[in-house]
Design a protein around this ligand. Structure first.
Ligand SMILES: NC(=O)C1=CN([C@@H]2O[C@H](COP(=O)(O)OP(=O)(O)OC[C@H]3O[C@@H](n4cnc5c(N)ncnc54)[C@H](O)[C@@H]3O)[C@@H](O)[C@H]2O)C=CC1
Ligand SMILES: O=C([O-])CC(=O)C(=O)O
Length: 328
């Protein structure tokens, strides 16, 4: 019997990532090849015409799984009945703006959208925040949508995770699908810590195969940390294709489960695991089963890693304080 359609919200749907993401969702890349979807696309009034253009293209593409499209600038209409919400819309940093000004704009956007999701989304809606500052936007969303379980509010660090897999695969000249269990700890920012201490390639420890700790503890880390900026420099646009693909990976694994023996990185609400302060949205290694993520426990952490995990936690605590100061 055909499955009932799942309603998927994409905010900022007229933007770069939105344009790459909505056809992936409509093709079944996010929720599976047998899962019909209804797309809800939200953007702001100045982007209404472009948003309507995206809707026209979705119709023209005749996706068999796409059972409906809602394209709107009304946040209530956008959020009504959604089962999955991918929050890509936000206020970008513009020349001459202070960090606090950007934070303040995003705090008010995420506060309003949290309230709409809280009131109008389907029960048990799963939320993925992509827009930067992704971890802190997700935290604000959690604060203002208290009836959505905190386990349902996450942010995207899967792109960083996939970037780390890609770097190892290139370095070892090995298929990327043979590399697994890297970890992104912390913030989706240049303070993140891409950790290969538990990673394997074709079943062998990555450190043993690479045989170059100087590279793994230096250039590898900075390349992953700075990859977003490098793409923006090269394309003069954000990493839309890889962000959209990674957002699909994040939701697919969350809903359908991670393969046995494999973990992925997700920004989730910290419960204090690995001595990361509770109450931050922090990227951890997780496995997923039956629609729920669980932080992988018990991994040994060396002194080098500890310092890097603490530094990115410190940055998130500062962002949290800044975000809260924008609320008062
Ligand atoms: N977490 C991650 O791995 C990544 C995050 N990003 C972030 O994703 C976000 C989107 O990037 P792009 O698509 O390249 O930007 P973009 O500027 O092309 O698109 C953003 C869209 O959001 C819309 N928007 C602005 N305020 C909105 C609101 N209140 N409600 C609904 N829509 C709103 C804009 O009109 C625009 O269409 C940015 O914040 C970017 O920094 C980008 C790459 C990776
Ligand atoms: O700063 C940005 O918009 C780009 C970004 O997050 C990334 O590509 O990781």
């Amino acid at each position: 019997m055909a499955k009932d359609p799942v309603r998927v919200l994409v905010t900022g749907a007229a933007g770069q990532i939105g344009y790459a993401l909505v056809p992936m969702i409509a093709r079944g890349i996010m929720l599976g090849p047998d899962q019909p979807v209804i797309l809800h696309m939200l953007d702001i009034p100045p982007a209404a015409e472009a948003l309507n253009g995206v809707k026209m293209e979705l119709v023209d593409a005749a996706f068999p799984l796409l059972k409906g499209v809602v394209a709107t600038t009304d946040v209530v209409e956008a959020c009504t009945g959604v089962n999955v919400a991918v929050m890509v819309g936000g206020f970008p940093r513009k020349e001459g703006m202070e960090r606090k000004d950007v934070m303040s704009k995003n705090v008010s956007i995420y506060k309003a959208q949290a309230s709409a999701l809280e009131k109008y989304a389907a029960a048990n809606c799963k939320v993925l925040v992509v827009a930067n500052p992704a971890n802190t936007n997700a935290l604000i969303l959690k604060e203002f949508a208290p009836s959505i379980p905190e386990k349902n509010i996450t942010c995207l660090t899967r792109l960083d995770h996939n970037r780390a897999l890609g770097q190892i695969s290139e370095r070892l000249n090995i298929q990327v699908s043979d590399v697994k269990n890297v970890i992104i700890w912390g913030n989706h920012s240049s303070s993140q810590y891409p950790d290969v201490n538990h990673a394997t390639a074709a079943g062998k420890p990555v450190r043993e195969l690479v045989k170059d700790d100087e590279w793994l503890n230096g250039e590898f880390i900075t390349t992953v940390q700075q990859r977003g900026a490098a793409i923006i420099k090269a394309r003069r646009l954000s990493s839309a294709l890889s962000a959209a693909s990674s957002a699909c990976d994040h939701i697919r694994d969350w809903v359908l489960g991670t393969p046995e023996g494999t973990w992925v990185s997700m920004g989730v609400y910290s419960d204090g695991s690995y001595n990361v302060p509770a109450g931050l949205i922090y990227s951890f290694p997780v496995t997923c089963k039956n629609g729920e993520w669980t932080i992988v426990q018990g991994l040994p952490i060396d002194e080098f890693s500890r310092k890097k995990m603490d530094a990115t936690a410190e940055e998130l605590s500062e962002e949290k304080a800044l975000a809260y100061s924008c609320l008062s």
